[in-house]
Design a binder for this molecule. Structure first.
Ligand SMILES: N[C@@H](CCC(=O)N[C@@H](CS)C(=O)NCC(=O)O)C(=O)O
Length: 218
C-alpha cells in the first residue's frame, strides 16, 4: 500500500475507536473520514464490503474489521510493538481479543437495549461475572504488575477493550452496571488507559455516551 492512509470512521463507533487508538499509539499520519452511518456515501460502500466502519484505505486497497486493521498496522509500523513476540504470547493475546467480540459484546449490548426491567439484575450479574473473568483469567495471569493487560506496555488487547469501557458510564447510568469493587486490576487498568495520550487525544465525555445511548436504553 502506498499514498495517504485514510480511515473511514464514525465517532460513535467503538470498533472505529479501536483503530483510531492504534493509529494514535503508533503516531501514524492519516486522513479521518467521518461517515454518517445513516447515510453512507457510495465511496464508503465501495471500500467497505460489509458497509461497516472502520475501514482503512491506502492506494485504493482496503483493510477492514477493527482487529484485523490493528494487527495490520502493528505489522506495517512495528514501533511501538503492540503484540508479544513469542507465538504462544501472540496466540493468548488473540484469544482475549477474540473473547470480547465472540463472548462478551452481545450480552453487553443486550443489557443496555433490554426493555424488560425484570431482567436487569440478571444482565448485571452476568456482566459482572464477565468482568471478574477478565480480571482473574486475563489480567491476573498476564499483566504482572500492570497496569496494562500485558504489563507495563500497552497492547492490542487494551485497544480492543478500551472503547467499550469508555462507554461504560452509559451502562452505569441506565442499568447500574459498573466494574465490581473486587476487580482492582480492571479498575487500575481503566484509570491507566484514561491517562494514556492516545486515549486522551480522542476521548469523549461520559455525557456524550449517556446522551448517545439514550435511544437504545430509554
Ligand atoms: N466486526 C466489526 C464491527 C464494526 C461495526 O459493527 N461497525 C458499526 C458501527 S459501530 C457499523 O459500521 N455499522 C453500520 C451498519 O451495520 O450498517 C469490526 O470489528 O470492525
Amino acid at each position: 500500500m502506498t499514498g495517504t492512509m485514510e480511515l473511514f470512521s464514525a465517532r460513535v463507533c467503538p470498533y472505529a475507536h479501536r483503530s483510531r487508538l492504534a493509529l494514535a499509539v503508533k503516531g501514524i499520519e492519516f486522513d479521518l473520514i467521518e461517515i454518517d452511518l445513516s447515510d453512507k456515501p457510495p465511496r464508503f460502500l465501495d471500500v467497505s464490503p460489509y458497509g461497516k466502519v472502520p475501514a482503512l484505505v491506502q492506494g485504493g486497497v482496503a483493510v477492514y474489521e477493527s482487529n484485523i486493521i490493528n494487527e495490520y498496522l502493528d505489522e506495517l509500523y512495528p514501533e511501538p510493538a503492540l503484540m508479544p513476540v513469542d507465538p504462544l504470547g501472540r496466540a493468548r493475546a488473540r484469544i482475549w481479543i477474540d473473547y470480547i467480540d465472540s463472548k462478551f459484546l452481545d450480552t453487553y449490548y443486550d443489557a443496555i437495549e433490554n426493555k424488560d426491567r425484570s431482567k436487569d439484575d440478571q444482565f448485571r450479574t452476568t456482566i459482572e461475572e464477565a468482568f471478574r473473568f477478565m480480571e482473574n483469567d486475563g489480567m491476573a495471569k498476564m499483566s504482572a504488575g500492570g497496569p496494562y493487560w500485558l504489563g507495563a506496555e500497552i497492547s492490542l488487547i487494551d485497544l480492543a477493550y478500551y472503547p467499550f469501557f469508555e462507554r461504560l458510564p452509559a451502562w452505569t447510568y441506565y442499568r447500574g452496571i459498573d466494574i465490581p469493587v473486587d476487580c482492582s486490576r480492571l479498575t487500575k487498568w481503566r484509570a491507566a488507559m484514561q491517562e494514556h495520550p492516545a486515549v486522551t487525544e480522542i476521548a469523549n465525555s461520559p455525557d456524550y455516551y449517556i446522551e448517545g445511548y439514550k435511544k437504545y436504553a430509554a
